[in-house]
Every structure is written in structure tokens, then in C-alpha cells.
Design a protein around this ligand. Sequence first.
Ligand SMILES: Cc1cc2nc3c(=O)[nH]c(=O)nc-3n(C[C@H](O)[C@H](O)[C@H](O)COP(=O)(O)OP(=O)(O)OC[C@H]3O[C@@H](n4cnc5c(N)ncnc54)[C@H](O)[C@@H]3O)c2cc1C
Length: 357
Amino acid sequence: MSHPMRKLVILGGGYGGLAIIQGLLDHRLPDDVEMILVDRMPFQGLKTEYYALAAGTAADVDLRVSFPKHPQLSVQYGDVTSIDLEGRTIHLAQSESILYDELIIALGCTDRFHGIEGAEQYTSSIQSFANTRSTYQRLNDLSPYGHVNIVGGGLSGVELAAELRESRPDLNISILDRHSRVLSSFPAKLSIYVEHWFQVHEVKTLSHVSVTRIEEGAVHNGAEIIRSDVTVWTAGIQPVRVVADLQVAKDAGGRIIINAYSQIAEHPEVYVIGDCASLPFAPSAQAAGAQAEQVAEVIHALWRDETPKLHPIHLKGTLGALGKKAGFGLMGKSSVMGRVPRILKSGVLWVSKRHFG
Ligand SMILES: Cc1cc2nc3c(=O)[nH]c(=O)nc-3n(C[C@H](O)[C@H](O)[C@H](O)COP(=O)(O)OP(=O)(O)OC[C@H]3O[C@@H](n4cnc5c(N)ncnc54)[C@H](O)[C@@H]3O)c2cc1C
């Protein structure tokens, strides 16, 4: 008599979801495990490069990574609308619900607007492949000398501003940030380097800006009105709506609190990976990948009825691009600037593109 199959459902085929599938496939899968990957898109979008897609310097097709193929893996395309933890069921917008025995939530994040009036309605986003394409169109359709404001001078805002400058020398580009400098969570040395690059390349950086309202054509900084033909939002993130709707313990950033095995404590059959998980570091593709590798080992051990050994997660550092020729990075406590971090960043991209190739 054959055993019933155990269904492992993976929600989200991004950095975290694909890394865990790879990690699970690196060791022999038990014969009775069936994996189902659910995503709305037919490939992974390389989110770390969305700034270049928005600016018009990277082609759509170059930011796609195919999903892996394996006899025990199937892919179900669709929009996840809700997760029923009690009924162990995933609801999809236009297809039948999926039951699971074990679940991995790796749905990533979206914009967080901090309740600012008009922000959701009147800004462009670079948080999903689809909305990055609309942002690309809006930015590149701008008339000569149009005004672009990027709200939020963190890594993605800085990368977008620099890339857009190289793509469109005519545009008036400003970064609006509420802190005293861009890249405020990085060492001041890096901010100074980046601000100098912006000065040389005529990108304005406005500090201590507190955006109070956004409307068509303008950003309000208290009483000051800043002209804006396109406003791009890079000022905050939070897990996607399906995760926001989930009634489980979350941290202040809305990320799901997990135990040492990355499970939801009351639902040990559910693992949370990447931007949706409350990790001791800022959300990043690198953290999602490293955590996923760890969780793949945990799952394999539990399938063998062994106690999982936890290898601590070490992150290598952060790399940012300033157009195609310059960059910056933080490796441990060392700041790196110039051509070398840019070359390293291209190397990282090359590796992620060829992961399943
Ligand atoms: C411009 C930019 C630059 C960045 N640069 C860096 C960098 O240099 N280094 C770094 O480490 N990180 C960087 N990041 C962050 C990094 O992209 C994320 O932390 C990483 O993608 C998180 O991986 P994830 O697996 O949690 O989610 P994602 O990679 O976002 O994957 C989520 C997947 O879920 C799918 N999905 C979401 N909701 C649904 C739904 N309801 N139904 C069906 N499918 C759904 C999506 O289609 C997607 O495939 C950057 C981000 C941006 C925006």
C-alpha cells in the first residue's frame, strides 16, 4: 500500500523561496514529499535590480530567473489572497485552494506609507515587478527636464537616483530624506561619498524633509510645496498584505515572530523566510538566502526525526550601485567606495542569475 504524499507548499518564488527549494534539493528529498511553489509570476524577479528596471537601464528579460525543475516540484501560478493556518489551506484569487502539511511563507514585502496622505495614491513603487514596470514607464515618459522626487534616501532610493541620472541626464532629480544625510543607517563616510557623487552628477539631496502630504504634481514638506512630476516612494517597507492580515505575533515592522527553527511557535508546520520574518537584521536578499539555507537543513533534519543543528547566519555585507561605474559597500565594519564595490555587486548579480542555470 502506498503512503499518502506529504505536501510542502512554498509561497513566493523570490530570493527566500528559491533558496529554500535549492537547499531542499541539495539533499535527497524523501520520496513521499511533494513540493508546490506558488507565485503570481512565471519566474523570479531579481528585486535587488528593480532600480535599474525603473530607470530604464536594465531590460525586463535580464531580471528574470527561471524556476527550478524537479519531478517532486510543481508550480502553481496565482495570487495568494489568504492563509488559513487552522485549516492548513492557501486561498488563491482565481484557482482552487491548496491544502498543505507544511508551509513556507516567503512572500516578501511591499511599501509602507506611514499613513501619509496621498502617498499610496500618488507615488510610484519599485517593490514588485509589475509596479516597477509602471514606474519605468512613468519615469521614461517624462518630458525633458521633468521633476522627479525620490522619497527616502536609503539603499534603494540612492540606487534609483543614480541610475536614473545616468539614464536621463536632462531630468531634475531630488532625493528627499527626513534624516540629516542619505544612507543614514550607514557610516557617515559612505554618506559623504555618495552625497559628493550626487553633487557632481547634479542630483539634489534634501535633508530634514518631513513629507506631510503628496498629491498629483507635488510633495508637501509642511508649508513648502515641492514640484513633482513623478514621485517615487522608497521610504519604508512592510510584509505584503496576506502576511499583514495573518493573526500571529509580529514585531514593530509587521514581520512575523519566529522561533529558532524559523517556525511560527503555535504552528510549527509553518516556516517564515525573508522579508516576512522577524530576523535580527534588516530585510535583505542576502539574509533571505542565508536564512533559507538554514531552514532547509532544519526541515531535512526534522524529516529524518533528528534534532536540527543550527548554523549561525553570517551576512557578508551590503553593496550599493551608483550608476554603472561607481558603488559603495559595507563589509563588516569597513566602508568601501568606488569601482571595486560596483564590480563586486555585478558579480553577486551574476551568481544569482545563474543559481539554477
Ligand atoms: C531597489 C532595491 C534594491 C535592493 N538591493 C538589495 C541589495 O543590494 N542586497 C540585498 O541583500 N537586498 C536588496 N534588496 C532587498 C531584497 O530585494 C529583498 O530583501 C528580497 O527580495 C527579499 O526576499 P524574499 O524572498 O523575502 O521576497 P522576494 O524576493 O520579494 O520574493 C517574494 C515573491 O513572492 C511573490 N508574491 C508576493 N505576494 C504574492 C501573492 N499575494 N501571491 C503570489 N505571489 C506573491 C512575488 O511575486 C515574489 O516572487 C533591494 C530591494 C530593492 C527594492
